[in-house]
Design a binder for this molecule. Structure first.
Ligand code: HEM
Ligand SMILES: [Ca+2]
Ligand SMILES: [Ca+2]
Length: 340
């Protein structure tokens, strides 16, 4: 059947007129927050911000925040003081002029999740994200303790994420985000330390590289939440290391290795769930049609140059680690993510 499309004031067409408001906002985000559509520092920051807002939610305790409600922006004077939100202040400042310019056209909660969804479309390897419109803004801040820390145990992380509604499989799915991510605040002397060798590509290298034996720190050792990485210049979070090796999550982790479609699809589904935590789905409008088409991707997983299968710390008991080619050439170090 043909669906009648409406023409929006800016010339875009939509099946639902309520979505028209989003086209100029998406264009503004792409041009002015993401440097014309890059999967760089700005995109990474917007993605992390969406998680730290949404995860303020508990199925067991109604005072544990209100989910994807913009509280991290609206109550930034409270939430940015929490240790787990270290570094989130820069994501909040990136978004401040955009949120101030909204003039009520969409909620702050919607903007935070919209920017994150758009960020994903700039990173080759993603499945086109969905976007639901109509979140209600926060009336109270999330308390301290909703956001997992890299020095938390797997028990603690799975319990916290489970209380927010995520299974271990969904936790692993969501952590594909760390394929397009890095740390500015773990090593006190270094910024832009990527979690995998391809921080501008949503590929499965993150799941490969976190399974390799750690041998080096990008800077000093002894930083809370950091363990040794397999490549010079790379940051490995203790939490990612332990999730890759825990019997509850190791096979889920390994299942992403060189399985781009599985990784991208499970992430897309878990991310869609995360983006509406605490909101009433019946009150939301599906505006997925405003999402840009993601950048194309045709890569495959590789062992980094100089490393072999002997460097894999096999943790999944039931299935061997996939056989991967080794990238050609000399051993290289991973470059820091340029700061915008
Ligand atoms: C479940 C446990 C998680 C833990 C313990 C964790 C921890 C961290 C830490 C410590 C950093 C580095 C922050 C810094 O030093 O600047 C980071 C970065 C990041 N995280 Fe997570 N994270 C988790 C889950 C997630 C999820 C679910 C998402 C998104 C769906 C996410 C997206 C990101 C992104 C995009 C960055 C990079 C930010 C940037 O480069 O500006 N993380 N995470
Ligand atoms: Ca929130
Ligand atoms: Ca990557």
């Amino acid at each position: 059947a043909l669906t009648r499309r409406v023409t929006c004031p800016d010339g875009n067409t939509a099946t639902n007129a309520a979505c028209c408001v989003l086209f100029p906002i998406v264009a503004d985000i792409q041009a002015n927050m993401f440097d014309g559509g890059a999967c760089g520092d700005g995109a990474h920051a917007a993605l992390r911000l969406s998680f730290h807002d949404a995860i303020g939610w508990s199925n067991s305790n109604p005072s544990f925040g209100n989910g994807a409600d913009g509280s991290i922006f609206i109550f930034q004077n409270v939430e940015l003081n929490f240790h787990a939100n270290t570094g989130i202040d820069s994501a909040v400042s990136n978004e401040t002029p955009f949120i101030q310019a909204l003039n009520g056209s969409i909620s702050t909660a919607d903007f935070i999740q919209l920017a994150a969804a758009v960020s994903l479309t700039n990173c080759p390897g993603t499945v086109r994200p969905t976007f639901m419109l109509g979140r209600k803004d926060a009336t109270f801040p999330a308390p301290d303790g909703t956001v997992p820390e890299p020095f938390h145990t797997v028990d603690t992380i799975l319990a916290r994420m489970g209380d927010a509604g995520f299974s271990p499989a969904e936790v692993v799915a969501l952590l594909a985000s760390h394929s397009i991510a890095g740390a500015d605040n773990i090593d006190p002397n270094l910024v832009g330390l990527p979690f995998d060798s391809t921080p501008s590509t949503f590929d499965t290298q993150f799941f490969v590289e976190t399974q390799l034996r750690g041998t080096t720190f990008p800077g000093t050792g002894g930083n809370q939440g950091e363990v040794e990485a397999p490549l010079h210049g790379e940051m490995r979070l203790q939490s990612d290391s332990e999730l890759a090796r825990d019997s509850r999550t190791a096979c889920l982790w390994q299942a992403n290795v060189n399985n781009q479609a599985h990784m991208a699809q499970t992430f897309q589904a878990a991310f869609a769930k995360m983006q509406i935590l605490g909101q009433d789905p019946s009150q939301l409008i599906d505006c997925s049609e405003v999402m840009p088409i993601p950048q194309p991707f045709t890569g495959r997983a590789m062992l980094p140059a100089g490393l072999t299968h002997n460097d894999v710390e096999q943790a999944c008991a039931s299935t061997p680690f996939p056989t991967l080619p080794t990238a050609p050439g000399p051993v290289t170090s991973v470059a820091a993510i340029p700061q915008s």
